[in-house]
Design a protein around this ligand. Structure first.
Ligand code: NDP
Length: 455
């Protein structure tokens, strides 16, 4: 499947639409394999993760966590004067760093001689792309890596609500915020706003938060979040949002009287960006949610058109998009065998306060799939929380195949759970058993030692 860069039949060997995590990796590696590559981006190089997602969110999580550290430090002998938080300082520092990373991504592309078009691109023929400026180019291969955008539900006045995109640019913090949704973004931003002192209300259409995570871990997050002051309403929908003359909004939810809030944020999933790309001009097949259907090599039903990342709605996570981009480049332009991404056993984390991390099957899934399972549980109060007088317990849960002791899932809610999970996930992916963990000596005193001490 190697590129044929000697032929002048097309302007480029590869034209990528979308310079997010997947598109940038695919373009850079394809160019390194010798392909002549161009990429188009209508917003900013870096995409959701860098510009308005994982990266700035994690910085806000760090910023928010100081609220607890400043409280806890007194039990460790630190005396601090008046505490004051300035949102604009954090916001502007975060946005500056985002610009720095955007520059690094742009440099990477330019250093690999990838031509960047900072404008929207649309497919106008099987091998033809037309840019917003009117310029038309041709490419032997086309890669769609346009990501996804926040879903905004249809309720009266929905246009007054923000999504996570706008949360990074607020002029001021709301005194009261209502967040719709019970998934990643709702719980992460609820934690952030709550630590900054906002009155946070999560409103969820169902009765389950983070439904893909293990029940014990979800319940613990709900319990700790409630203890921290976040209010939850379940089985509730939005009827309307109306602007209020003195600022803020009147919000009517299905289960109560109209109430006032300074801000409403929707975090109810993300929709693949496939509209207006001209995919129909090339005959690319879409799924029911508008996602691009691809095979295990990220190829669409059209032989020379591929798609990676959130636009394919396989697993909406940055590292997955990056792997898909890398595999695409190696498959189409590399010298080796085609590479398919293994989408099994992907570890993930929710950067709530405290964070959740998981890999593999939940207890429920394992019981359904394997029948016989053995569950190990460690429910403990981390040493730091004990001395700080913080009544916040952590939970680590290991699910093993009852037949052979193979670990099929690990689930945690604990400070630094995502850091611990990255290492534990290697063992689960490698198919290690509980006996292998038992044979490993603990590092004491750590929270991670619980993983090898469960009985
Ligand atoms: P999630 O898929 O995590 O959660 C969506 C939530 O919204 C669920 O509670 C869902 O309820 C609810 N919902 C779905 N549709 C509607 C609707 N029409 N009306 C009301 N509620 C609805 O989505 P997020 O927006 O939080 O995040 C989007 C994606 O971004 C995630 O799936 C994840 O892949 C990625 N992401 C990853 C992060 C990380 O890795 N830490 C951080 C942030 C985002 P129900 O359960 O009933 O369907």
């Amino acid at each position: 499947m190697a590129a044929n860069s000697e032929t002048n039949e097309y302007d480029y060997d590869l034209f990528t639409i979308g310079a997010g995590s997947g598109g940038v990796r695919a373009s850079r590696v394809s160019a390194a394999h010798g392909a002549k590559v161009a990429i188009a981006e209508e917003h900013r190089v870096g995409g959701t993760c860098v510009i308005r997602g994982c990266v700035p969110k994690k910085m806000l999580v760090y910023g928010a966590h100081f609220a607890e550290d400043l409280e806890d430090c007194q039990r460790f002998g630190w005396e601090i004067g008046e505490r004051k938080f300035d949102w604009k300082t954090l916001r502007d520092n975060v946005l500056d760093d985002v610009t720095r990373i955007e520059g690094a991504y742009t440099d990477t592309l330019e250093n690999h001689d990838v031509t960047i078009f900072k404008e929207r691109a649309e497919i106008t023929g099987p091998h033809e792309i037309t840019l917003a400026s009117g310029k038309t180019v041709t490419a032997k291969h086309i890669l769609i890596a346009t990501g996804a955008h926040p879903r905004m539900p249809e309720c009266q006045g929905a246009e007054h609500a923000i999504s996570s995109n706008e949360a990074f640019h607020l002029d001021e913090l709301p005194k009261k915020i209502i967040i719709a949704g019970g998934g990643y973004i709702a719980n992460e931003f609820a934690g952030i706003f709550n630590e900054f002192g906002c009155d946070v209300h999560i409103v969820n259409r169902g009765e389950v938060l983070l439904r893909q995570y293990d029940e014990a871990v979800r319940d613990r997050l709900l319990q700790i979040s409630t203890m921290k002051g976040i209010k939850f309403r379940f089985n509730t929908t939005f009827e309307y949002i109306k602007p209020c003359d003195e600022g803020g909004y009147f919000v009517k939810l299905s289960d109560c009287d109209e109430e006032k809030a300074d801000l409403v944020m929707f975090a109810v999933g993300r929709v693949p960006n496939t509209k207006g790309l001209g995919l129909e001009n090339a005959g690319v097949e879409l799924g029911e949610a508008g996602e691009i259907k691809v095979d295990r090599f990220s190829k669409t039903n059209v032989d020379h058109i591929y798609a990676v990342g959130d636009v394919t709605d396989r697993v909406q996570l940055t590292p997955v998009a990056i792997r898909e981009g890398q595999a695409f480049a190696d498959t189409v332009f590399g010298k080796g065998d085609p590479v398919a991404v293994d989408h099994s056993c992907i570890p993930s984390a929710v950067f709530s306060h405290p964070p959740i991390a998981a890999v593999g099957m939940t207890e429920g899934e394992a019981k359904n799939k394997l029948g016989s399972v053995k569950v190990y549980l460690s429910d403990f109060r981390p040493m730091k929380n004990v001395l700080a007088g913080r009544n916040e317990r952590s939970l680590i849960k290991m699910i093993c195949d009852g037949e052979n002791g193979k670990i099929v899932g690990i689930h945690m809610i604990a400070p630094e759970a995502p850091e611990m999970m990255q290492a534990a996930a290697i063992a689960v992916k490698a198919g290690l058993t509980k006996a292998d963990f038992d044979a490993t000596v603990a590092i004491h005193p750590t929270m991670a030692e619980e993983i090898v001490l469960m009985r």
